[in-house]
Structure formats: C-alpha cells, structure tokens
Design a protein. Sequence first.
Lengths: 230, 587
Amino acid sequence: MKFIVFRFNPDTDTTPRMQEYDIEVTRGMMLRDALMEVKRQDESFSFRHSCGEGVCGSDGVNANGTNVLGCITQVADLKEPITIRPLPGRPVVRDLVVDMSQFYQQYRAVKPYLIRKDPLPEQEILQSPEDRDKLDGLYECIMCGCCSTACPSFWWNPDKFHGPQALLQSWRFLADSRDQATEERLDALEGPYKLFRCHTIMNCVEVCPKHLNPTKAIGHIKELMLKHAI
Amino acid sequence: MSLTKRRFDALIIGAGGAGLNAATQLANADARVAVVSKVFPTRSHTVAAQGGVNAALANVLPDNWHWHMFDTVKGSDYLGDQDAIEFMCREAIPTVYQLEHNGVPFSRLDNGKIYQRAFGGQSQNFGGAQAARTCAAADRTGHAILHALYQQNVRARTHFFDEYFAIDLIRDDEGAILGALVLEIETGEPLLIEAKATLLATGGCGQVFRTTSNAHINTGDGMAMALRAGVPLMDMEFFQFHPTGIAGKGMLITEGVRGEGGYLINKDGERFMERYAPNAKDLASRDVVSRAIVTEVKEGRGVGPNGDHVLLKVDHLGEDIISKRLPGIRESSKIFAGVDPVVEPIPVFPTAHYVMGGIPTDRYGRVVTPIQNGPEEVVPGLYAAGECACVSVHGANRLGGNSLLDILVFGRAAGQDIIKYLKENPNHRPMNETGVEQAMSRLTRWEQKGEGLSVREVRDEFRKAMEDHAGVFRTDEIMSEGVEKVKEIRKKLADVRLTDHSDVFNTARVEALELENMVDIGMSIVLSALERKESRGAHSRPDYTERDDTNWLKHSLYFQEGDKIDFKPVHTKPLTVETFPPKARVY
C-alpha cells in the first residue's frame, strides 16, 4: 500500500517534502505498525510512539487530513494513498515530531491538580459512586494533542486560548466533588480568550481517540460560570 | 566542543510512578531536583498499568497488612526479602490514601470508600478464602495514578528535562555517583547533570523479548547504566510472563478480568485452571497460570487454526459490569483482537511482562552491592526504585497489584532518604573528567560511518533469541544455546553502524543506544537463568522441576565484568513479625 509521508529534517532540508513508501499491509495492521515499517526501510524517519495500545498518547499524527492516534488506527480503515502529516498548527521539529510546548503550557495553566482546603482525613476523602461517575469521560484524557491541534481557535491563539485539552482537564477538577477551588478556577477562566475562544466548532470531539467530549465540558464550565455570576 | 553543565541537588532518571513520587517528596522539601525522562512524563509506562494497586484497606472484605505480607512472601516463592515485604505491605495503606488525596479518581463503593477487587494470589487469614485487596480506578489505574503524580509535580514546580536520554552515570574513584551524562533528543546536544544524589527510576526491560506487553521505551536503560557503573543486577533470571496477553500481539488483558469473574477455557471449553490450582483456579499466581496455558497449548488443547492460544471468557459477567469495571479491556479487545468480550471470549497467550530482578537496593532505595565488607554496601549517591530496582519484594514471582505498590512505596522511600542524604552531604563532589570522557565515548561511538550491520537487524535477531531461549520453560540445552547466541550478538554490536548522523530528534541514534542497553541486560538474564538449577516462581526448568531450598534459597548477582555470577542470602527475618518459613506453594 502506498504511504505519502511528510519529511523534514532541519539539519539537511531547507523545505519540507512528501516522500512515498510502499508498505506491505498485514491483517490487523495499525498505522503505528506501518510507520514502524517506514522506519525499518528508512532509519532517518522520525516519529514519536511508545505503548502501542492507545494509553500513552505519544503518536498523534494527521492521516488523510484527520488527527488520529497511530497505534489504534487500522490501516484498513484509511483510504489509499495514505497521506501522513504531523499534527497541524504546531512547529515541526522533524518529520512527524512537533513542538508541543505551548500545548503543555496551556495544560499547566489550568492548575490541573486537586485543590483541597480542608484538613485531610486519615483515610480516603469519601466520594459517592454518583459523584465519581461525573469524572468518567474526563480523567481518561491521554494528552495526545489530537483535539487541540485540530481546533482552529487554538491554531490562531495557542498562547491565549487554553484549547480543548486543557479545558477538558479544567472541567475534570471542577466536576470533582473533592475539589475546593471552584471560585478561583472559574475566576481564572474569565476574559475573552482562555475559555471563550471556543466557538463550538467541535473538531475536538470528532478526533478524540478516547471518545471524550471537550466541547461538552466547555459548555458545562460556561453554565457553571453563569450560575456563579447570578 | 564545550560540554554544557547543570547542577542540582538530586537527579531523577525516569518519570514513571517511582520517579515522580520521589520527585514530589524532594520538590516539597525544597530540594533542587531535576527529572530526566526520554519521553514526556505521562507517556511513561506506568500509564499502562490496568488492574490496580494492593493495600489491605479492608473496604470490601476483611483484610490486614500481615495477610498481604504472607501472600507476597508465598507469591515470591520465598525468595523475597521479608523485611522489605513487611515494610511495603504496612506502607501500602497510607500510600493509597496519599494517592487518593493527590486526586486519583479511584472507583468507589456505595459507602464512598475506594473500590477494591480480587486479584491473583490474594488470601484472607494466611492462605484462606480469596481476599479483595486491589484498589482500582476502573481498569485504568496506572493512567490515573501517573497523571495525578505528574499533576502534583506541576503543582510543586519540579524541574523537568523532557525528552532527554540518559547515557551513563558518572562515578569517581571512590565509587560515588556524581550525576549523569544525558542527551537532549531534540537538539542532539549532550548535557552533564551534576547531582549529589542520583535516583534510577527507569522502569522495566520487556522489550528484550519479541512478544511483550511492554512499551517501545521499556529497554532497561537504568539497569544497563548500573551494570556499566560496576553495580551487579540481582535475580535477573526471574522474568514474569503475564498469562493473558492478546494472542499473537502481546497487549495486556488485566488480571482484573479474572478478578471480576472471568475465566480461561481450552478448545474443549474446559475451565482448565481447576486442574492446575483446585482452590484459587484462575486466580492462582501468574507463574502458575502462565505455565498452565503453555502446557494446554503444548498438549494440543489450544484454540484457533494453529491451536496456539486459549480463551478468556467474560461474557457471563454481563455488559453492565464489563462497561463499568473493564471499559479499557473491552476497547482493547475490540481494537486488537477484533472481539467484543460482551459476546465473545478473548484469545490470550502469555506475554513477557515484568522483570522481578534489577538493581539491588535496600528498603530506603539505596543501591547496595558487595564492595569489600559484605554483600550489601551502599553505593554513595546512588538510588534505584521501581521496576529497574530489586529490593527484593517480588522474589521469584510478583503478585498482580504489587507493582504499582512497589514503585509508589519505594519511590517515596527513596525520595525521603535522599532528603536525609542531602543534609549529611551538602556539597557536590569534584567532577571526574575521565568518567565524563568515558560516557561521551558511548555517544561518539555512534558517529562512526561506513558499511555495517543495521540496528534493526541486530535488534530483531536479539529479541527472537531471547524469546526462544529464555521463555516460560527453560532447559540447560535451550539456555546454553541462548547464552551463545546473546554472546554472539554482543560481539556484533561493534559492527553496527548508523546511516543517519543528523542532530535533531534522531530516533535512530536513540534506538542504537537502547539496543546496547538491551543486549547488556539480555546477557544478565540468560546467564543468571542458566546458573540457577531449580524451579522457583517464574523460573521453570523441566530438567530441575523442584524448588531446592537447601542450595538455592539465595539471590543471584550478575556482574558485567567477566560475566560473573555471585550470590547473597535472602533476608528471611521481617522487621517486627515472625518469619514465614518456606512451604510447598499450592494454590
């Protein structure tokens, strides 16, 4: 099967190029397996990958125009020729490796950790199964970046707009019955950019390999803000 | 070229559960700590742990740490050090509460407490009825824990060096560790990090086998660095094959599936574990279940056109339980095996999963080795924790749910001891320039150009050799051949050349360095395995079928220099309770 792969090595190339590879596709082959085959043919090809089972979030790439996680994307589900590019909107370091530092900065900016003000009990902080259920669909995020790099608002303002990934995480803590920083979390999201640059284009929902829904989480944050404003 | 240098109080190599739990201790104590990781921290392999972490919280069934200790000692086939095991099982309880306070979204019981499930090898009352000791966040416990620990470090503003590959430790003439030479993967620039204390927390080495549940990054880098710094590796013959990897692929299907009530069947539909472990059945220890599966297949009762696997039946649990407790497994089964466990059984076969052996440490995470006086002298400034270390709490076979526990308890213990060490040793020692040059040569060696073997072909040959010669059943003949093959491959390394010599994000160079690490570790596995003439835990020899406590109740130590094997005694004396003396191990 024909693969057309984005190549750029700043050491040797002045401009990016698209390179063709012919890969023998086996039954059940994942896109990551195919990229590893490319690497076997050509060791100068670089891409990130690790767990191979969709939990580490290393191998987000753009396949035929859509952001996917390589290790859980069946080659058979992609139309030939398969064009592979790096995640869009991020500076390319080399080949499919992009610079994700702004993405990580936005994650850090939402204080992605449990904030508890009361003294801690000797045992666990109790949480009802119903309250715990509210975290399903939020905590599973693997930070692959497929969502934020598919978001036009994040493309234009990656320095100011938190992006779907960070906002999903923001809601993950707002929704946690154990967290005691609702006010300050909401206050920190004020202003025209951090939260409100989301125009519900919903590319994030389309591409999330873990089937999470950042747009819905953003909607919940806005509702909560409204409730607190009244 | 001048080498860039950075100075920290402590250097942590590896950002999985052990490294990050140590880092939080240090950062919260205001120590200057650098965490070096070859991947962004949340990509570390802790993320893939599924089933949970053991602690005798007694939230579901009666339990206490002493029963947990008994199960762990028995599971280790009596090779585990009982002082370290007592420490771990006691610490398990506050450790899990700490994690919960750190935000881990554990599944919950109706009364709001942490959900606990049954796992293999767990019992109440020293070998009685099944216990439920494994604290779980659905079947994504490792992911939940790793992210929470990373988040705690974001909060503590820990200094991270993301995507830096550690090349080698720097040691002075007195044997003290001064830090490490690392490589910034993005730029290809080397960097010297000086530290008063260095913690190796680099995880496992499952990539030495062709079929494995382990990630691409699990190449045992820290263990190989320790070997090259003159530290031996302990008990490397004990490698765990997890009973339920997806057949032909190796991805993990958690033991939690059997903990929730799933069971194994052969081609006749027989629940065969009843024959091998009449009491515990499918929840016997992992070594027992893996051997049973391999035996079923060998004796012609395997499933599939080639009769090369067995089936894990889950559908009787119903869609509700499966979606609630095992959502990740349902997803993985659909993606990788093409079956929905709600309606069809999952095809499984043992997969290389976990190394019980590693860098010898005491229960404070300090690396200990025979130097002059006795087998356990502390290497100044060097710590190890997590899968790369061997405390030893797992002995010859690790229980499910004890791995997350090990990394958390001993990561924390190491962090705490480093804080103490920094108080006693407030100054950096002088750098050893010869040591730096030696470490640099490991890097410059890959600048050699010209014709040669490729990393890929040598890696393929090596991983196949390990799979063929150091698998579930091991005879003298199979292993002797394995030793010869690995020696041959080690020689070949000198003839390997890279074609890509560029600087920026050169993953070919990283893979070459990883291959060297893997071969060093492979050697320790095959040589230690050949030496041990008994069957104990995961080390199973058809030519020596019995456990031999008279001659072999001892830890092995492999030294790289001269490929030497030595031994040291097992700590059979716990901290406060009576010894559990070796008994026949039946489930």
